[in-house]
Design a protein around this ligand. Structure first.
Ligand SMILES: NCc1[nH]cc(CCC(=O)O)c1CC(=O)O
Length: 330
C-alpha cells in the first residue's frame, strides 16, 4: 500500500504516449459513437484518431468467425482490430453477437442513456391516435409482436436501412409511423423529431439497446487500461444479464425476445440490486411469456451474479415454452 505521501496513481498515468486508433463505419450513427468515445477518452487526457472504414465491397464480407448471419454490423470494424489497422472498435451493443470472439475483450460498457423505443410519425402521434389499420414500419419481430399485442388492427410492415433511410421512407408516406430506439435518434441529434416514447410495459427493449460496447484486442494492455476508464459497472451488469437471456435461449438478434436490466443502489455495495425482466412473444402478439427476477449484488463478482440471474430467467422462460415461440418466429 502506498503511504499517505505517495502521489495518487490514476489509471491514465500508466497509459503511454501515442494515439489510440478508433475504427468506425461511415454511417452517421457509427461516426457519432466513435466521436463520442474519442471525446470521453479526451476527458481523461487520452489522444485518439478515427479510422473510417469503407463499407461495401468484399472486405465487408470476410468472415472472421466462420458465420455470416450474425454480426453483420460489427464484423468490419472487428476485422480492423485483427489487421491492426485500429485499436478500438465501438459497437451499438444491441448489434454485437452474444458469442464474443476470444481475440477481443469487451473493455468498456459506458453509461447507458435512453433505453426505450419510440414511435415516430409525422405529427408525433401516440399509438392510440394512429388511424385504424395504420401502417407501422419495423424490421424487428420483437417490436412487431409488442405492437400487435397493443393494437391488433395495425398493419406491421417490414422496413430496412439505417435510421436516416427509415425516416426518409416514413416522410415519403410509405408508413404512418415507425418504431426506433430513442438512443439512436438522440445520438443523431434529432432531439426535435416528433415522437412518443414507449413505456417499458408497452415495449420492452432489445437486450443491450441504448448501450455501447467497446472492444479492444485481448492482449492490448494499453487499450484495455484506457477503455476501462469509460466502463460503467451498473450498465455492464444490466446488459450482461440481458444478453445472457438471449444467449441462453439461442435467440440471435432476429428473435422476438426483449430484456431489460436495472441496477439500484450500486454505490452501497451491501444494498446493490440487479432486477431483470425478459419477454418472449409470438410474432402475432397473442402469446406473451414474461419473467422478472432480482438478485443482490453484495460484494461478489457482479458479472457472475448477472450471468446467473440471466440464466435463471431464461430457464423459467424455457420451461414456459419460449423455445417454441422463438422457433415459430424463424
Ligand atoms: N439495428 C440497428 C440499430 N442499432 C443500434 C440502434 C440504435 C441505438 C441503440 O439501440 O443502441 C439501431 C437503430 C434502431 O434500432 O432504431
Amino acid at each position: 500500500m502506498p503511504g499517505p505521501t505517495s502521489p495518487v496513481s490514476r489509471p491514465s498515468d500508466s497509459i503511454s504516449a501515442g494515439e489510440l486508433r478508433i475504427a468506425t463505419r461511415e454511417s452517421p450513427l457509427a461516426m457519432w459513437q466513435a466521436r463520442h468515445v474519442a471525446a470521453r477518452l479526451a476527458e481523461h487526457g487520452i489522444a485518439t484518431q478515427l479510422v473510417p472504414l469503407l463499407s461495401g465491397g468484399d472486405t465487408d464480407l470476410r468472415p472472421i468467425d466462420g458465420t455470416r448471419q450474425v454480426g453483420l454490423f460489427t464484423k468490419r470494424i472487428q476485422q480492423a482490430l485483427v489487421d491492426n489497422e485500429a485499436d478500438v472498435a465501438v459497437h451499438s451493443l444491441k448489434d454485437l453477437p452474444t458469442q464474443l470472439d476470444e481475440r477481443f475483450a469487451l473493455a468498456a460498457v459506458p453509461p447507458r442513456e435512453v433505453v426505450a423505443d419510440c414511435l415516430v410519425s409525422p405529427a408525433g402521434k401516440t399509438l392510440a391516435e394512429l388511424p385504424h389499420r395504420a401502417r407501422v414500419g419495423t424490421g424487428s419481430t420483437r417490436r412487431m409482436a409488442q405492437l400487435k399485442s397493443l393494437r391488433d388492427d395495425l398493419v406491421v410492415m417490414p422496413i430496412r436501412g439505417n435510421v436516416q433511410t427509415r425516416l426518409a421512407k416514413l416522410h415519403a408516406g410509405e408508413f404512418d409511423a415507425i418504431v426506433l430506439a430513442e438512443a439512436g435518434l438522440l445520438r443523431l441529434e434529432m432531439d426535435d423529431l416528433p415522437r412518443v416514447r414507449f413505456s417499458l410495459d408497452e415495449m420492452l427493449p432489445a437486450p443491450g439497446q441504448g448501450a455501447l460496447g467497446i472492444e479492444v484486442r485481448s492482449d492490448d494492455e494499453t487499450a484495455l487500461v484506457a477503455l476501462k476508464l469509460l466502463d460503467d459497472l451498473a450498465t455492464r451488469l444490466a446488459v450482461v444479464a440481458e444478453r445472457t437471456v438471449l444467449a441462453a435461449l439461442h435467440g440471435g438478434c432476429l428473435a422476438p425476445i426483449a430484456a431489460h436490466g436495472i441496477v439500484e443502489s450500486l454505490a452501497d455495495q451491501a444494498a446493490g440490486r440487479l432486477t431483470l425482466t425478459a419477454v418472449v412473444m409470438s410474432t402475432d402478439g397473442t402469446k406473451r411469456l414474461q419473467e422478472t427476477a432480482s438478485c443482490n449484488l453484495g460484494a461478489t463478482d457482479g458479472e457472475a451474479v448477472a450471468v446467473q440471474l440471466g440464466t435463471s430467467v431464461a430457464e423459467k422462460l424455457r420451461a414456459a415454452g419460449a423455445e417454441e415461440l422463438i422457433q415459430a418466429a424463424r
